[in-house]
Design a protein around this ligand. Structure first.
Ligand code: HEM
Length: 478
């Protein structure tokens, strides 16, 4: 990292590169976390660098990122940056392809299907799906854990969120279509318009049309059977029945919007949750004795209450929940969150004022906030107990707010403010149900004995070579 160049008295310091246009794209691509930490160390919490001709300004740490999280979408805007990538995958009429107030209502509707009441139904669905999946593993073996999680979570999430009919019809063709659609989230999509005929873009577009047709058939079947309000607990039902409140003249969603949102929400949760589950098992296997403690917790919970798995069981598993939160701290799937400044944007941190000009790309990083030594003690150590506090002799799971150290945005794996994740509770529930079911049935260890390296080449930081050796427990029910 060279130089310390200021554009105007209050502009963030610029990390100058000797390579014009490309700037720090290579360094950021190869070791983004270390690069950002080094820049913070040298330039302070707010700085700018160039990547492929774009100046990117990062605001790191609780104090410097606070205004980012609190900003209105008209000032720091999401769709200016995300639309080109997401619209071809999710379709028109939803998410970043519509004005923010419409997307806000769509998220509000989704939240109605992601309540504690519905979670009761989801818990046993996820346990059953997990059991069906792991039945195929046999008594022992080795596999790439991330691959297994990615496959399994499509089933658990589809069943909970898209409904039973979609799950029953989920076959190899549907999996291939999702794969092609997902292939649309390639780095090419950041730099080229959606219509360029790259093979991956063409596959993406075909998959989009085909998946929408499939959803269309299920929606039509539900409408025809007249059972729209028959107590179903999935998101499809909610989107089909709940009208917009303050926008679009209070109409209900079109089939196209319903299908698009179902695709979007599955994709928002699928890689994120499978990555977290894989890192969780990887961390747990590297801390001596932790897997045994988790297994003990499972046995106790099921001694107190007989199965199947329920929300009440999960209340008896605080250590498992704390492991999920600690994994989300050290390996948040979304490393950076971006906005376009539609107005000049001023940030104050560490006694300085930074004037970020209108038009800039402004970013924050959950990964960096969550591993700063001024926010966390011993930040690089996996210690789930930091998320537990004792109340009346019992462990209660926190988000780290009870700790004396750190600011308000030290733990932000699901973002914060207007764009905060609506799948926050569901994702944690899904991961806890899956991991609970796995460790009750299998003993697991990492084939290499070492924590896998981080794969920086994927948009979500997945584990590289997460090979896990598994062995069925004598008490297993599969
Ligand atoms: C937003 C992370 C699972 C739906 C976000 C954001 C983050 C995030 C960091 C903020 C993005 C931004 O500010 O630009 C995660 C993680 C997950 C997860 C780590 C799992 C471990 C899910 C699931 C769903 C979901 C399961 C759906 C059921 C959404 C939606 C938004 C969002 C709709 C709002 C986007 C916006 O308003 O711009 N998520 N997510 N996520 N997430 Fe999640």
């Amino acid at each position: 990292i060279k130089g310390n160049y200021f554009r105007g008295p209050n502009a963030p310091p610029k990390v100058r590169s000797v390579i014009p246009w490309v700037g720090y794209a290579v360094q950021f691509g190869e070791r983004p976390i270390e690069f950002l930490l080094e820049c913070k160390e040298k330039y302070g919490p707010v700085f700018t660098f160039t990547m492929f001709g774009t100046d990117v300004t990062y605001c790191l740490g609780s104090e410097a990122s606070a205004k980012f999280w609190g900003s209105h979408n008209d000032i720091l805007n999401a769709e200016d940056l995300y639309r080109n990538i997401t619209e071809p995958v999710f379709g028109e009429g939803i998410a970043y392809a519509v004005p923010h107030k419409v997307f806000s209502e769509q998220k509000q509707m989704a939240k109605e299907a992601l309540t504690k009441k519905r979670f009761e139904a989801y818990t046993s669905i996820i346990e059953k799906e997990t059991l069906d999946f792991i039945k195929g593993w046999g008594d022992s073996g080795t596999f790439d854990f991330f691959e297994q999680m990615a496959k399994m979570i499509v089933f658990t999430a589809t069943h909970c969120l898209h409904g039973k009919e979609t799950r029953d019809n989920f076959d190899a063709t549907a999996a291939a279509l999702y794969h092609d659609l997902d292939g649309g989230f390639t780095p090419l999509a950041w730099f080229f318009p959606y219509w360029v005929p790259f093979p991956s873009f063409l596959r993406r577009d075909r998959a989009h049309v085909e998946l929408k047709k499939r959803f269309g058939r299920v929606i039509a079947m539900r409408r025809e059977s007249g059972k729209v309000k028959a107590g179903r607990t999935d998101l499809m039902e909610t989107f089909m029945t709940v009208p917009y409140k303050k926008v679009l003249d209070g109409r209900t969603m079109t089939d196209n919007e319903v299908a698009g949102l179902l695709i979007a929400l599955l994709m928002a949760g699928q890689h994120t949750s499978s990555t977290v589950s894989s890192w969780l098992i990887s961390f747990v296997c590297t801390v001596p004795g932790l897997l045994d403690k988790l297994y003990e917790e499972q046995k106790k919970a099921f001694e107190i209450l007989p199965g199947p798995l329920s929300m009440e069981h999960l209340d008896h598993m605080p250590l498992l929940h704390a492991c999920v939160r600690e994994t989300l701290r050290l390996r948040p799937p979304i490393m950076c969150i971006m906005r376009r400044a539609r107005e000049d944007f001023v940030v104050k941190a560490e006694g300085r004022t930074y004037a970020i000009p209108k038009g800039s790309q402004v970013c924050v990083s959950p990964t960096v906030n969550q591993r700063l030594p001024d926010e966390w003690d011993d930040p690089l150590t996996f210690d789930p107990y930091r998320f537990l506090k004792k109340e009346d002799g019992k462990y209660v799971v926190t988000m780290g707010e009870h700790l004396p150290k750190g600011g308000r945005f030290k733990w932000v794996p699901f973002g914060a403010g207007r764009h905060r994740c609506i799948g926050f509770e569901f994702a944690q529930l899904q991961i806890r149900c899956i991991v609970s079911t796995l460790i009750r049935n299998f003993d697991l260890r990492l084939a290499s004995g070492k924590l896998p390296a981080i794969n920086y080449r994927t948009m979500i930081h997945t584990p590289l070579d997460a090979n896990v050796v598994y062995k069925k427990r004598p008490e297993a029910v599969v």
